[in-house]
Structure formats: C-alpha cells, structure tokens
Design a protein around this ligand. Structure first.
Ligand code: FPP
Length: 274
C-alpha cells in the first residue's frame, strides 16, 4: 500500500536500543544510575508516542546478556529500577491497553523481579492497543541458540527430520515469533551497531541512528525517524520496479514473510498517519 500524499507510513513494529544513559549522566557529573532513571522517563515518552501514532508493537532493549558484566552497583541499581518500574507502571499500562511481555533469560533475575514480570504478563495478556516487549537479559545469539536447541529436541524425539528444518520452522522458536518482524529499528546515543539485539528478526528491518542520548529523547526525534522510514523503499531483495508494481504490497509482504519466515503472525495491518 502506498502512503497517500501528505501522510507518513507508520511502522507496525518498532525496535529500539535505548543507548546513552551513562553518558547523559556523566556529562552532568552525576552517577550513571541517574542516567538510567532519566532513561526510564524516556521509555514512557516512547510508549506514549507509539500509542498516539498507532504503532502496534514496540520492542525495547533494556538489558543485554552482556550487561550482567557491568559494575555490581550499576547492575544492582538497574534491578531496583526495573522492580520499581514494574510496581509503578503496570496499572497504567494495563489501563491504556498495553500488552507487556519479556524476552530473554528471565531465570537470571531475582525472584521478586521474576514474579512481577510474570504477574504483569498475565495481567495484560488480553490487551491489544500496543504489544510492548522488554528484552531483558536478552541476546540475539542466545535467542538463536535457544531456537536451535528446541529444534534439536524435536529431531531427537523423532518428530522432525533434519531435512525438514527450514527458516519457517526455526522462526517459530525465536522470540517475537507471533509478531511481524520490526519494520524500523532506532538506536540512540550515536553508535551505529546492532549489539546482539534481534539478530534474526532484524534481517529486513530499516535501521535509523541518532546522536540524541536516550534520556533526551523527544517526540520530534521519533517523528524524524518515522518520516525517514516513510520515505524509504523496502525491496526485500526484489527490484525497485517489482515493488513499485501494481501489487506492491502483496509482493513485498510475501517476500517479507519468506525472508523472515516465522508464522503464525499477529495480524497487524500497516497504517498511514494523516
Ligand atoms: C544503555 O545505556 C542502557 C541500558 C543498559 C539500560 C536501559 C535502561 C533504561 C532505559 C531504564 C529503564 C528501562 C525500563 C524498561 C524500565 P548505557 O548505560 O550503555 O549508556 P552509555 O553508552 O552512555 O554508557
């Protein structure tokens, strides 16, 4: 579907690396944890933006598998921040129709955080206004290894033959398998890398980077990213002539589905924002 003139094509699924909390604090000569606290406020701004603009899925990289290696006081402070956020924000998220889920090695978190995560998932499971996924103790390679183990178990049990293993099958075992893959990836903080985020799921995602530090995020920055996304031609390996053809949407979609191959998908139609 082409966006009508004067409108912006809005991504169905936005994935974000929220980088720059530490530098934001250090520039103010404050402890890094103050930056993470300011980062939590920017999370709310980003959720508000998605709800207002009809973005249907938001996946945030809150804590990577590698972040466990940070200084003990920073990790401990982040854990307190996550627990506080879960205690404080879930009612409001639920009221606004947000479905909250977590991906990553949840078992590495302490028991009180794990149980709050579980409660939040159960409580918001029927919501549909926004699918909010928090990647916590997550790594893209870990995600792929997890899927490989799951498929290997099927083979060992005699339910799957090795020759039948394809992208679609592996995709079913990856995190976010029930969502369309991210259309747009945003990384704040100036670095231009994926940092072991959704390695499988980002195969055909449009990437957008900004120098803005995460705690400084504002609606204008997000709007710039959306407008840039709206102007891009997504070819999914096809030619420009093919995707500009009369059946642009169906062609591009079918290639996208083949390229990422993780059915079943939640039906999230692409929207345009007037
Ligand atoms: C990366 O910035 C950020 C993190 C490792 C933590 C992200 C956490 C938040 C945004 C706060 C709370 C989140 C939720 C979901 C409640 P960095 O510390 O690596 O920044 P730097 O590159 O400037 O050091």
């Amino acid at each position: 579907m082409s966006a009508p003139p004067g409108s912006t094509r809005v991504p169905r699924h936005l994935a974000v690396i929220m980088d720059g909390n530490g530098r934001w604090a250090e520039r103010r000569r404050r402890p890094r944890l103050i930056g993470h606290r300011a980062g939590a406020r920017a999370v709310n701004l980003c959720i508000d933006f998605c709800l207002q603009r009809g973005i249907q899925a938001l996946t945030l990289f809150a804590f990577s598998s590698e972040n466990w290696g940070r200084p003990e006081d920073e990790v401990g402070g982040l854990m307190k921040l996550f627990l506080n956020a879960l205690e404080r924000e879930v009612d409001e998220l639920d009221r606004r129709g947000v479905r909250l889920r977590f991906i990553g090695e949840g078992e590495r978190f302490q028991a009180d955080i794990r149980s709050r995560m579980h409660e939040a998932e159960q409580r918001t499971r029927a919501n549909h206004a926004l699918h909010l996924t928090i990647a916590a103790s997550y790594g893209g390679r870990q995600d792929i290894a997890h899927a490989a183990r799951a498929v290997a178990r099927e083979v060992a049990a005699g339910r799957v033959r090795p020759d039948d293993i394809d992208e679609a099958m592996i995709g079913q075992y990856m995190a976010l398998a029930d969502l369309p893959p991210p259309d747009l990836f945003i990384r704040t903080g100036g670095d231009q890398r994926i940092s072991n985020f959704l390695l499988w799921q980002l195969a055909y995602t449009e990437l957008w980077f900004t120098e803005v530090l995460w705690p400084e995020l504002d609606a204008d920055t997000l709007q710039r990213a959306i407008e840039d996304f709206g102007g891009r031609e997504r070819r999914f390996g096809l030619t420009s002539a093919q995707v500009r053809g009369a059946d642009e949407t169906s062609t591009a979609r079918s290639v996208e589905t083949t390229a990422t191959a993780a059915p079943p998908r939640a039906p999230l139609p692409e929207r345009t924002d007037p």
